[in-house]
Write a protein that binds this ligand. Structure first.
Ligand code: COA
Length: 309
């Protein structure tokens, strides 16, 4: 499987730490040192479908892949505009993709994009086609802006990848461990209202730093290479200190981990494709580069993937 091109879309409105400090009892210094986040984009009217379609259009235009070659559309999200139609079906309509596409949403929270790439790889084999894998989230829908332990972390956005069945097989490692105590939200309460995001930050932190390094080691070992031979590590952007912790556990220099959390915050399934888009824009990705992607979060879920650019 090969990622042919990336696209991205961010809401116009930027909520910075200064403005958040006027909404809850917090301050820029606390947020920056504990999370690495300075600002996040927040939707004011934009929808998941609109952002996902915009990102997908950009990726398709860059890829040169004709619409008729797209046979699979996966939108990775746990904050869809509607449960049905799925976001993937709406992207099919917005972009005028063939009605022969297999289109569906995938909810693996912050591991979504890595799960989505793996599912797309398997489906492309069956269908003999290209795929569109999109991470699109409006976390601001679920955030309680009176809860300072969560509202500082999350942002909105979408990143899209056009994926081709060409190239070498990816190597993956996945896991899931049902647990609503650490991170939950988005269900309906007894009055029919949406439940906001609730999180035990410390425990989520511990889960991430103790699970992700093992998952990365397993994909590297399975691929028959070493950590030194990996060109870029692209982790879900949850917290700069989580990335630091994972790098430390692996004994890998932090400068090989791409980070953009400073200006996007945690955008769940959108965070890895947003980072890949930026890396491509900065010309950091070259044919044959070995990448390790690692998602982790709600579910609990986690997943690592080694692929060649
Ligand atoms: N501003 C100022 N103070 C805050 C604050 C804020 N936004 N949020 C919490 N605090 C306070 C707490 O009330 C606590 O005060 P106390 O010591 O008087 O009780 C103190 O800061 C420490 O809180 P704690 O929760 O232990 O901080 P932390 O160092 O664990 O950082 C997180 C909190 C949320 C930043 C951190 O746990 C984290 O990032 N966890 C992972 C979350 C994540 O990535 N979730 C998504 C997974 S995909």
């Amino acid at each position: 499987m090969k990622i042919v091109a990336m696209g991205r879309a961010l809401p116009q409105y930027v909520l910075d730490n200064q403005e958040l400090s006027g909404m809850v009892e917090t301050n820029d210094e606390w947020i920056t040192t504990r999370t690495g986040i300075c600002q996040r984009h927040i939707a004011k009217g934009e929808t998941v479908v609109a952002l996902a379609s915009q990102a997908a259009r950009q990726a398709l235009a860059q890829s040169g892949v004709p619409l008729e070659s797209i046979g699979v559309v996966i939108v990775c999200t746990f904050t869809p505009d509607t449960a049905t139609p799925s976001m993937a079906c709406m992207v099919q309509k917005e972009l005028g993709l063939p009605q022969t596409v297999l289109a569906f949403d995938l909810n693996a929270a912050c591991s979504g994009f890595v799960y989505g790439l793996a599912v797309a790889e398997a489906l492309m084999d069956r269908q003999g086609c290209h795929a569109l894998v999109i991470g699109g989230e409006l976390l601001s829908r679920l955030v309680d802006y009176t809860d300072r332990s969560t509202c500082i972390l999350f942002g909105d956005g979408a990143g899209a990848a056009v994926v081709s069945p060409a190239g070498s097989r990816t190597v993956t490692d996945f896991g899931a461990d049902g647990n609503a105590e650490l991170l939950s939200g988005g269900g309906y309460n007894i009055n029919g209202g949406r439940e906001p995001l609730r999180m035990n930050g410390r425990e989520v932190f511990r889960f991430a730093v103790s699970t992700v390094p093992g998952s990365i080691r397993r994909v590297v070992e399975q691929a028959g290479c070493t950590l030194e031979e990996v060109d870029h590590f692209v982790l879900h952007q949850a917290n700069h200190r989580i990335t630091e912790g994972v790098a430390r556990h692996l004994g890998v220099n932090l400068d090989r981990f791409y980070e953009n959390i400073v200006h996007t915050g945690n955008t769940s399934a959108a965070s890895i494709p947003l980072a890949l888009w930026e890396m491509q824009e900065k010309d950091l990705l070259h044919p044959g580069d070995r990448l390790v992607l690692a998602g982790f979060g709600g579910g609990l879920t986690w997943g690592a993937m080694l692929l060649n650019w």
